[in-house]
Design a protein around this ligand. Structure first.
Ligand code: NCD
Length: 318
């Protein structure tokens, strides 16, 4: 089997063949999800617990649906009402849940590295649903699937990632994934939001949107993540929209068939013009959401196969 991971903590540890294995299986789940009968049995009998320590709409709903469609028992922990509020540590909460024998743990946490730490303490497969500014692997995988289906390939494309790169785990995971698949990546935004160290990943950095978008195949917009900003990163939202908000004029510099992406949630009129976001000829934002369910089904299916194989070879723990 080409997918060998025990957890999905980031894109960093994945080989290109493992990325392709997830995307190929996800393609099959896209077909399943378009049928009336959406059930498969890859996770039957397994327990999936979703622990979201940060707000989420799409990611949590998508992981929940993905697990249910594959037959898992899915539980969403209401973290706002949990004992974390009474001072329990992340690890204590995780150990408590671990004693209930979950098989898949889906975790979103505001601190970079927290999900990795947790994965070392439990004996089930852990999926990172976003940790601080670090990684958001399933988002990068669903973006990759969306690009591959729209462009017919996932290599040698010119891709611009625009806006608040500094605070974005989506940008980081995409940068790593798209680089591994041999694409040319540009990071476009003001110097306060596009750290120059990111050139290390092999990306070209542009301060000007018109230049940065010239002849690209893919325009990936990012939300201005004000909750992660602790100072004045931009002069004003109006000024930001004027220079960096994606509108028809700026998009006209990309290739005529360039696609527009956004991971959501969108701030219309801040990083993207509402009409561009809704233009079904350019925007693949709804496809991204659809691909999200399929990619999460594929990732959990592959992790569950490895989990079962490991348990079959190991003595049962009591
Ligand atoms: C992203 C996230 O949470 O990192 N959203 C998502 O998962 N769809 C991006 C964001 O919040 O801007």
């Amino acid at each position: 089997m080409s997918f060998r991971q025990k957890h999905l903590l980031g894109i960093e540890p994945l080989h290109p063949e493992e990325i392709t294995a997830i995307l190929d299986l996800a393609d099959q789940y896209v077909d399943l999800n378009r049928r009336d009968m959406k059930h498969a049995d890859a996770l039957t009998g397994l327990t999936q617990i979703n622990m979201f320590f940060e707000n989420s709409t799409r990611t949590q709903a998508s992981f929940e649906l993905a697990g249910k469609r594959l037959g898992a028992d899915v539980m969403n922990m209401a973290m706002q009402a949990s004992s974390i509020k009474k001072g329990e540590t992340l690890i204590d909460t995780a150990m408590t849940l671990n004693a209930m024998h979950p098989d898949l743990l889906v975790v979103r946490h505001p601190h970079s590295g927290a999900v990795d730490l947790l994965s070392q303490k439990v004996n089930c497969a852990v999926l990172n649903a976003g940790d601080g500014r670090h990684e958001h692997p399933t988002q990068a995988l669903l973006d990759a699937l969306t690009i591959r289906r729209a462009k017919g390939r996932l290599h040698r494309l010119n891709i611009a990632i625009c806006g608040d790169v500094a605070h974005s785990r989506v940008a980081r995971s995409n940068l790593i994934l798209l680089g591994k698949m041999e694409n040319r990546i540009r990071l476009v935004g003001p110097p306060t939001l596009v750290p120059s160290q990111l050139a290390e990943f092999g990306a070209e950095i542009y301060e000007d949107m018109t230049e940065g978008l010239k002849d690209v195949d893919v325009v990936m917009m990012l939300r201005l993540q004000k909750e992660r900003m602790d100072g004045g990163f931009i002069p004003s939202e109006r000024e930001y929209y004027h220079r960096y908000g994606l509108d028809a004029e700026k998009l006209s510099h990309a290739k005529p068939d360039a696609i527009v992406m956004h991971p959501g949630p969108m701030n219309r009129g801040v990083e993207i013009d509402g009409e561009i976001a809704d233009d079904i000829n350019r925007s693949v934002i709804q496809e991204q959401v659809e691909m999200g369910v399929a990619v999460r089904m594929a990732a959990m299916d592959l992790l569950a196969r490895n989990l079962r194989a490991t348990r079959a070879n190991a003595p049962v723990e009591v």
